[in-house]
Design a protein around this ligand. Structure first.
Ligand SMILES: *Cc1c(COP(=O)(O)O)cnc(C)c1O
Length: 426
């Protein structure tokens, strides 16, 4: 299997090359050149997540140097539970938040780290993973790479602009993880990281890679939980489910669409956004018009120009076809609050603000077989959730362990010389 750029101006790449590059040289995003269709044998065998992953992803790894390691990589990435829980007639929830940082990004980050580690041969120069974060991605990548030989991680985050719990998840790993607290905004962090990735002097001294959310190594493993959940649901109910996905940069939803493309029993993938309404407005009007990003309660979905839309257009064969095939609903902060407030009465659940958008959309779609995708644990967002439910949210063990550790970060100014200096050491 080879991977093409959505912009079509770079040659197709092998999987390993696409993983290390992140972005294609023409600025496009890598997509599989073809989608293998899985046969009845692949659908019937009742097995766990790592086994479904090895089978589903084998065609995407074919001919790549990483192919022999696929089973081990799946074992490392899918080492925490992903329960599919029936909540009542017609609605189930897929809980993606039982990993080390209590959000779905753990799956993609762990899989990518397991791949990158294996791309660094013994005795090779280590690979430096540079990641700019507004909070959640950096924590997942740091947790996934911590302690892995051959990898070094440098996380840039805006000082004072992440939540106290997020900061713990960025700064408490030590060892091969360095956290840089940038005196500036998330955009500054992203700009600095991009400058470093393009700097020949830095690249001459370090082998650099970025682990941002457009890396295909984060999307492939996300297909696995959709395939696994759809197969399990179809076996139990004799009907294929649809998924409702809390959506920001569209990485999670694209993985669901790709899983469907391989023939998995999935009726529809419905997008739930917050008040950043570029996608629902595009589907309604046909015009792609990103507005300035709005701050909402579902902060990890505060994206106004989702880069993975390029992959959606590529998959369907253009914007017009995508419009005809997709549904998306925007959810206001007020509606998010309402769903959190009544979560325990209506569903027996405390929702986090991101999952609450999908729960809201469940009320707007007809029919019986829906799986709501839960992207984060409510204990990650106590400032929002606890006043609404009127009590403390119990902290899951993996998160509790991180919160107990002492964090440390290196403060730097938001200028490139400061980052360059930091990259010279360590
Ligand atoms: C990142 C994130 C999202 C959005 O996922 P995308 O792949 O960017 O669409 C939703 N919920 C949570 C909790 C997240 O961290």
């Amino acid at each position: 299997m080879r991977f093409a750029s959505t912009r079509g101006a770079s040659p197709p790449a092998a999987l390993s090359e696409a993983l290390e590059r992140g972005l294609a040289p023409d600025g496009g995003l890598y997509v599989p050149e073809a989608f293998p269709t899985l046969g009845p044998d692949d659908r019937d065998a009742p097995r766990g997540l790592p086994a479904v992953g090895s089978r589903l992803l084998a065609p995407f790894f074919a001919d790549d140097p990483l192919a022999p390691a696929l089973e081990a990589i799946c074992g490392e990435a899918f080492s925490f539970p992903i329960p599919l829980v029936q909540l009542g007639e017609g609605t189930a929830v897929l809980e993606l938040f039982h990993g080390p940082t209590a959000a779905f990004k753990d799956v993609g980050a762990r899989f990518l780290a397991a791949c990158l580690q294996r791309l660094v041969g013994e005795g090779d120069q280590p690979l430096t993973v540079l990641v700019a974060t507004s909070g959640d991605t950096g924590g997942a990548v740091a947790a996934a790479c911590a302690g892995r030989p051959g990898l070094e991680v440098i996380v840039l985050y805006p000082a004072g602009k992440v939540s106290p719990r997020q900061e713990k998840q960025l700064t408490t790993w030590g060892g091969n993880v360095t956290a840089l607290a940038v005196r500036g905004t998330f955009d500054d962090c992203q700009r600095l990281a991009k400058q470093a990735l393009a700097d020949p002097e830095v690249r001459a001294r370090r082998r650099l890679s970025s682990a941002n959310s457009i890396n295909i190594g984060r999307l492939l493993p996300q297909m696995v939980y959709y395939a696994w959940a759809a197969l399990a649901y179809a076996r139990a109910h004799g009907a294929a489910p649809g998924f409702i996905v809390p959506t920001g940069n569209l990485g999670n939803a694209v993985a669901a669409l790709w899983a469907r493309q391989t023939g998995m029993p999935i009726t529809e993938v419905v997008l739930a956004t917050n008040e950043n309404r570029t996608i629902p407005e595009f589907l309604a009007s046909g015009a792609w018009r990103p507005q300035p990003t709005r701050q909402t309660l579902a902060t990890a979905m505060d994206v106004s120009d989702p880069s993975n839309m390029e992959r959606v257009f590529h998959l369907f064969g253009g914007p017009g076809a995508a419009r005809a095939r997709l549904r998306a609903f925007a959810v206001s902060d007020e509606a998010i609050r309402e769903e959190i407030r009544r979560g325990e009465d209506a569903w027996g659940r405390i929702w986090d603000p991101h999952t609450a958008t999908a729960v809201r959309v469940r009320r707007q779609v007809e029919g019986d077989h829906w799986i709501v995708v839960a992207t984060a644990h409510p204990a990650k967002f106590p400032e929002t959730v606890e006043p609404l439910v009127g009590r403390q949210v119990p902290v899951p063990p993996a998160l509790a362990e991180v919160l107990e550790r002492q964090g440390s970060a290196v403060a730097i100014e938001a200028d490139y010389e400061a980052l360059r200096e930091a990259l010279r050491h360590g």
